[in-house]
Design a protein around this ligand. Structure first.
Ligand code: TYC
Length: 102
């Protein structure tokens, strides 16, 4: 912006835009050993899904090999995926989740 003294002032931003954080999908993977009801329970407890939505996502993973459990900023997505592996390991199941850019 030109000023009266001939200088150039930087354009003021009237609305400072907040940058949204990049989001990541926590992707649940199918396996042959984890019981369906265990997966439904994980989706309800770690991903705050309703019973109906948890069942729908579980069946999507069971039939298609993978499905999105939730969408979060990086740190939270990584923590959720780690928690999935931890609760599954504690229960003796191979259930795993990966994190991918949304
Ligand atoms: N395929 C598993 C079974 O038949 C169920 C299952 C669903 C496992 C989703 C993992 O992410 C998963 N018991």
């Amino acid at each position: 912006m030109a000023t009266s003294d001939g200088g150039v002032k930087e354009q003021q931003r009237s609305e400072t835009k907040q940058q949204e954080p990049t989001l990541y999908n926590v992707v649940l993977l199918n396996d042959d050993y984890t019981p369906m009801m265990f997966v439904v329970d994980v989706l309800e407890t770690l991903f705050q899904k309703s019973p109906a939505e948890a069942y729908r996502v579980m069946m999507q993973v069971h039939l298609n090999g993978r499905g999105i459990a939730g969408v979060y900023p990086w740190e939270i997505a990584e923590t959720k995926a780690d928690r999935v592996a931890a609760v599954a390991r504690d229960a003796g199941y191979p259930l795993k989740a990966t994190v991918e850019e949304a």
